[in-house]
Write a new protein. Structure first.
Length: 315
């Protein structure tokens, strides 16, 4: 398998299902209440201007992340609708229907938060730790680099605490299990084994190209960049960090690509370890039926990719 082929396949967990992004189509597989697996298939039709932006270093990371978030919401919304349909059913009583509506609202809420958090979480996780560190230790010493390091530690503590807390909820736990199933399928495919539940379950839930790795990298990259920004008061400390968020995102994305390219170099593999450690929180060991859904989504995506390539070649 070529490196290009590996790089073109990505996955994303959705509630009670998994989305895989191929070169030409995105496919979500969802397990229905009757045990049937249904698919939501969307051809990739990126605008020419977006494709150009995705080729520009440091810009492509920002464009790609927002694009992935928007598409992820679209597919998660499909999974939520199917969940609501199954929960209501044709013979459901009014109380069950009302409960189903609340569950659907909560799932869609998770989807919306997932998209909006890309912006708001960066603002909150950037500003709040700086404010806390400044209020607690701002006048304790003058070493700006040490202040920034402590700020970074506060940020990491917030991040780990937040992920640990939400992972305790049943919905997010299921989401993280599907996240683990998605990673296992991609790793099994890259290893060249047959995609059966038994084979896939042998692999790890961690993967170098995961978006979770990007999160922790952005924290580390931010600490390095912010160490060079002088300030004399709290406002001068916070507002440059907010303005530099796009810069941090762009550099972090490029660094993530670098760590993935170097993951087979023994001495340099450690560059990707912080992201893998974070995945210990964002992925959980999946059940066999979840792995089955992930395999179905991946196989359907590859099947449609091949069909589209053949159709384009014929025309």
């Amino acid at each position: 398998m070529s490196q290009e082929t590996k790089a073109n396949y990505g996955g994303q967990a959705v509630i009670e299902g998994v989305m895989f992004a191929g070169r030409h189509v995105n496919v979500t597989a969802v397990r229905r209440k009757n045990n049937e697996i249904t698919f939501y298939e969307v051809p990739r039709q990126d605008k020419p201007w977006m494709n150009k932006l995705k080729k520009i270093p440091f810009i492509r990371g920002i464009v790609g992340i927002f694009d992935a978030s928007a598409k992820g919401y679209q597919h998660l919304n499909y999974a939520a609708e199917k969940y609501a349909e199954d929960e209501e059913g044709p013979e459901a009583n009014p109380q069950d229907k009302q409960e189903s509506k609340w569950n659907l609202a909560m799932i869609v809420g998770v989807a919306v938060v997932g998209v909006l958090s890309l912006v708001f979480s960066k603002i909150i996780f950037t500003a709040v730790p700086a404010i806390i560190e400044e209020l607690l230790l701002g006048k304790a010493f003058d070493n700006r680099v040490v202040h920034t390091l402590i700020e970074g530690l506060i940020k990491i503590a917030f991040l780990l605490g937040y992920l640990w807390l939400i992972a305790k909820t049943p919905i997010i736990k299921r989401l993280f299990q599907y996240h683990g199933a998605e990673h296992k399928v991609i790793t099994a495919y890259e290893a060249g084994v047959d995609l059966t539940v038994k084979n896939v379950q042998k692999f790890n839930t961690l993967h170098y190209r995961c978006g979770s790795s990007f999160i922790i990298l952005s924290v580390i990259i931010g600490v390095v960049i912010y160490s060079f920004i002088p300030y004399d008061n709290l406002w001068e400390r916070v507002y440059p960090r907010l303005l530099l968020i796009p810069v941090v995102i762009g550099i972090s994305y490029e660094f993530l690509r670098l760590t993935n390219a170097l993951r087979d170099v023994p001495v340099l593999r450690w560059l990707g370890y912080p992201g893998l450690w974070l995945q210990l929180l964002t992925t959980k060991q999946p059940e066999d039926d979840q792995v089955e859904v992930s395999i179905a989504s991946f196989n359907r995506m590859r099947e449609l990719d091949k069909e589209l390539v053949s159709n384009n070649a014929a025309s």
